[in-house]
Design a protein around this ligand. Structure first.
Ligand SMILES: *Cc1c(COP(=O)(O)O)cnc(C)c1O
Length: 428
């Protein structure tokens, strides 16, 4: 596989941008080797600047679900752009996308569009604090909610430990109200409420944790969070930036039949353009300016080109059988990988839901971040490169999930499993 041009472009990029990238994981830091510079993509396949083609399982980190450069989406973007890129005034496209979100998402009565998942979560928490007049937020170790200061708190040991900054540049003060416990540990959540009664504004959770590999909620875990929030007057905030429109039309809340008070979206909702959104109970959302006292704004929020892309993708997702197709395919890929790993004698677990799957080089079970961290990184690295060399583009990190789109089909899965059969032999 030729990588001359990727190498050349990355060398230039490194002189101009930190690490040569605009988001860290893209630099291949945890797997090593040359980051591929992408030239174009179509359907389930991407092509780099050296002309190598890959089956793409990154799908813009989950933002793409219809497949790359879907003609319906490209047309929608083109025709919106031709009418003007941005006005800073209301448009009908925003109303249409808002109607769609409120129709599909069970707990959404009002919605506001922003420009990223980070912004959506930041704003939802500001609202939760205003509405409850409380300051603390409880999140789960290994949960990723964007790069706002307070959510970059690192795991502290023990239950409900006060946050410790997880990255340079984040002050102690910024994370002092961020509590963290292990995912799937309801007792730790109860303990946090005992320790800080009437102080926790909200529990923030990815209903299927998808930023530490894929860790599914135990039966009763999410229900338990709902119950504890109700008992203690806290709000339940679902971060559905990944699960929204990916595990079901109505996201994880439809799939698990739960009603969070607020929900955050990103990725798919913009159809590949930079969009985020937060939505929820009308009485809460009405506290946002200009109806209420909580300020939040955005020069490019509700951008017409981005709204058009999001709408086009949601239209494609409204077709019958779409989620059944994604479930079936992700299940087949996940089961296939597990079988091949077992044949090769490699400790391996995997899980799938909707248009995503996750795997760990670990005998399992994986129920928390602590478990996820035990995955064998050396094996992942070897597997990643063996797959890449065979034209399979997985996320270059053991803590990311594997994304499918509507353009992936049995042919892609078969090709991927063929490559995996050989790759598992190289990780021993
Ligand atoms: C990607 C992600 C975010 C952040 O979204 P950005 O658009 O990258 O700011 C927040 N929460 C979850 C669950 C995510 O996966």
């Amino acid at each position: 596989m030729r990588t001359n041009r990727s190498k050349k472009v990355m060398r230039r990029a490194q002189q101009l941008m930190p690490g040569g990238v605009n988001s860290p994981v893209r630099a291949f830091g945890s797997v090593g080797g040359v980051a591929r510079v992408i030239a174009q993509a179509s359907g389930a396949r991407i092509e780099d600047v050296d002309g190598n083609r890959y089956i793409d399982y990154v799908a813009s980190w989950g933002a793409i679900i219809a497949g790359h450069a879907h003609p319906v989406v490209v047309d929608a973007v083109r025709s919106a752009a031709a009418r003007g890129m941005s006005f800073g005034a209301p448009t009908e496209l925003e109303v249409e996308l808002a109607e769609r979100v409120i129709e599909w998402i069970p707990s959404a009565e009002r919605v506001r569009f922003v420009n990223s998942g980070t912004e959506a979560v930041m704003s939802a928490l500001r609202l939760a604090r205003a509405a409850t007049r409380r300051e603390r937020i409880l999140k789960f170790e290994g949960g990723y909610h964007g790069h706002s200061n307070e959510l970059l708190a690192k795991a502290g040991s023990g239950v409900a430990t006060l946050g410790i900054p997880g990255t340079a540049g984040v002050t102690r003060a910024a994370v002092q109200d961020t509590l963290q416990v292990e995912f799937n540990d309801l007792e730790a959540v109860e303990e946090a409420f005992r320790r800080y009664p009437s102080e926790i504004a909200a529990i923030l959770v990815e209903p299927c944790a998808a930023n530490m590999g894929l860790v599914m909620p135990d039966d009763g875990f999410l229900e338990g969070l709902r119950r504890l929030c109700d008992a203690h007057g806290s709000l339940l905030v679902f971060d559905e930036v990944i699960t929204g429109f990916r595990v079901a039309r109505g996201g994880a809340q439809e799939r698990f039949q739960l009603r969070p008070d607020l929900t955050c979206f990103g990725k798919i909702i913009g159809g590949g353009m930079p969009v985020g959104a937060y939505a929820g109970r009308a009485d809460l959302m009405q506290q946002m300016a200009p109806e209420g006292p909580v300020f939040q704004a955005g020069t490019l929020s509700g951008n017409p080109v981005a709204m058009a892309a999001g709408l086009a993708v949601l239209d494609l997702l409204s077709r019958d059988g779409v989620y059944e197709q994604l479930d079936k395919l992700s299940g087949e890929l996940s089961d296939g990988l597990r079988t091949l790993a077992a044949e090769a004698g490699v400790p391996f677990v995997s899980a799938a839901i909707g248009g995503m799957l996750g795997f760990f080089f670990h005998p399992g079970p994986v129920r928390s971040y602590e478990d996820a961290r035990k995955s064998d990184e050396r094996r992942f690295k070897a597997f990643f490169h063996a797959m890449l060399d065979q034209g399979i583009y997985l996320a270059p990190s053991p803590y990311e999930v594997t994304f499918l789109t509507l353009a992936h089909g049995p042919t892609e899965v078969e090709e991927t499993l063929e490559a995996a059969r050989r790759a598992f032999r190289k990780v021993l």
